[in-house]
Design a binder for this molecule. Structure first.
Ligand SMILES: Cc1cc2cn([C@H]3C[C@H](O)[C@@H](CO)O3)c(=O)nc2[nH]1
Length: 224
């Protein structure tokens, strides 16, 4: 099919704290021919014209968080714009978690000046107004901060070596307010909450239980 007549796919964003198991979740769906999977463009964040912006941000957030989050917003826009032929498009995170979780957190911590937040927000409002960045379903991989932090330590990603538990706890609370209590910002899509504390060995069962909802086979209201 040519780009012009591709209908918009059922677009799912998988959201969750650092270490909530998003990559494992994506791997379950990569095997499905009806799903186009887009992992977080972390390799772009690690190499923007030779600069590892992710590392710079973690080393000196005051100096680099605006630079990093500006590039994140651009790379996430590209992910939203990608055309697919599959009926379902599954993205890791979104423009919304970028703005509502990570920029929010940097702003609360005073690591990103309010003038910089204002510029990010102007771009966010313009992009979401004039580009089709629709998300039809958010899958919230809900973990406890302790479980997420434990996984971060185990995964041992070099840039995350300086991440403190308090950061993960705060990011957890922001995700909870956004996607569970729905008290932070307007909710951009219906939210399917999965228990992502489950161990890797049993979590496939949790994915399969809700696969019909995730693949838009049955509406969320029918969630058992
Ligand atoms: C959309 C978005 C994703 C994202 C990830 N990150 C960080 C958290 C993790 O340590 C790493 C990979 O998700 O990047 C961030 O600081 N800001 C972000 N914004």
């Amino acid at each position: 099919a040519s780009k012009s007549d591709l209908g918009r796919p059922f677009t799912v964003a998988v959201e969750g704290n650092v270490g909530s198991g998003k990559t494992t979740f994506l791997q379950h769906f990569i095997k499905n021919n009806n799903v186009a999977v887009f992992a977080e463009p972390i390799d772009m964040w690690r190499n923007c014209n030779g600069y590892n912006l992710l590392e710079l941000m973690y080393q000196d957030p005051k100096k680099w968080s605006f630079t990093f989050q500006s590039y994140v917003q651009l790379t996430m826009l590209r992910q939203h714009q990608k055309k697919v032929i599959q009926p379902v498009k599954l993205m890791e995170r979104s423009l919304y978690s970028a703005r509502y979780c990570f920029v929010e957190k940097l702003s609360r911590d005073g690591l990103m000046p309010s003038a910089s937040v204002a510029v990010i927000d102007e771009w966010f409002k313009y992009i979401t107004k004039y580009e089709d960045t629709t998300v039809d379903l958010i899958v919230y991989l809900r973990t406890s901060p302790e479980v997420a932090y434990e996984r971060i330590l185990t995964r041992n990603r070099s840039e995350e070596r300086t991440v403190a538990f308090e950061y993960i706890k705060a990011l957890h609370d922001i995700h909870e307010d956004w996607l569970y209590h729905k008290t932070l910002h307007k909710c951009v899509a219906p939210v399917l909450v999965l228990n992502a504390n489950l161990d890797r060995s049993v979590i496939e069962g949790e994915y399969e239980k809700y696969e019909p909802h995730i693949l838009n086979k049955i509406p969320l209201e029918a969630k058992t």
